[in-house]
Write a new protein. Structure first.
Length: 266
């Protein structure tokens, strides 16, 4: 089948889904699969939480979706386009619509909070404006509005390196939303935070996802947080999906299959 015909067929087949993964695989070393033929569909709203033990491929899956990591094979169908086939300018343009919330925040420490949020618009600016950080007035207005919405309106001019971990993650969420995304990916957004702040951050992600009407895929270690805030839980083990369903369907037997062993559940 001709490549253009394949692309058109994939786009038609994936209609109605914000994202579809088809037989996605990743090998960092030849013959050793970190992801094993993952096929998943994600709707245009709601939170999908990916759980599983360390080293099972959760972060790799998230990073393959936005091409921070290149998959070895398979398709990543987003907005009718296979991201796995894109390069250069076309990949950069597609990435603009995928917001990313990082485990370690990935803020520019020396910049102010408002400047970090505005970094979410860099992909939309001409090169010279991006270099000089010359943002349109409407972008600046929206950045301030987003800071208010994440509870940091009074911190706009504070340097990022003076914030607490929870505050930094709030900036990261605002920056992701500043992209005006059609999808948000969150890679362990609570793993560096204390339990109380972790709940606050997941509450904020859930609230913003609902308010903005966008789907979120979150990779998370805390099973209880996943069950509390996600509409869908995807359990991974050894690079494969072994559970996919609503939180209320996640039972003890599934957790044993995902994580193995009995002791940690007691």
């Amino acid at each position: 089948m001709d490549a253009s015909v394949r692309s058109a067929k994939s786009a038609n087949d994936s209609a109605g889904h914000a994202l579809e993964l088809r037989n996605l695989s990743k090998e960092y070393r030849a013959g050793i699969q970190v992801l094993k033929n993952i096929s998943l569909k994600f709707a245009g709203r709601g939170i999908a939480a990916i759980i599983g033990p360390s080293g099972t491929g959760k972060s790799t899956l998230i990073r393959c979706i936005n091409r921070l990591t290149d998959p070895t094979s398979g398709e990543i169908l987003f907005m009718g386009t296979d991201l796995a086939q894109l390069k250069g300018r076309r990949l950069r343009e597609a990435r603009r619509k995928i917001g990313m919330v990082f485990q370690e925040y990935n803020l520019v420490e020396r910049l102010s909070v408002i400047e970090n949020v505005l970094c979410g618009r860099l992909g939309y600016l001409p090169a010279w404006r991006a270099w000089l950080r010359r943002f349109p007035a409407k972008d600046i207005e929206r950045a301030f509005s987003l800071l208010d919405s994440v509870g940091l309106g009074d911190f706009a001019n504070e340097r990022a390196d003076r914030l607490s971990g929870g505050q930094r993650q709030r900036v990261g969420i605002a920056r992701a939303l500043m992209q005006d995304p059609n999808l948000v990916l969150a890679d362990e957004p609570t793993s560096s935070l204390d339990p109380k702040t972790s709940v606050e951050i997941m509450e904020l992600i859930a609230r913003q996802a609902a308010a903005q009407g966008i789907p979120v895929i979150v990779n998370i270690h805390n099973v209880e947080l996943a069950k509390r805030y996600a509409d869908r839980v995807i359990g991974m083990s050894k690079g494969e999906v072994v559970f996919d369903g609503p939180p209320k369907a996640l039972e003890h037997s599934h957790l044993l299959q995902i994580y193995g062993g009995e002791g940690w559940l007691e």
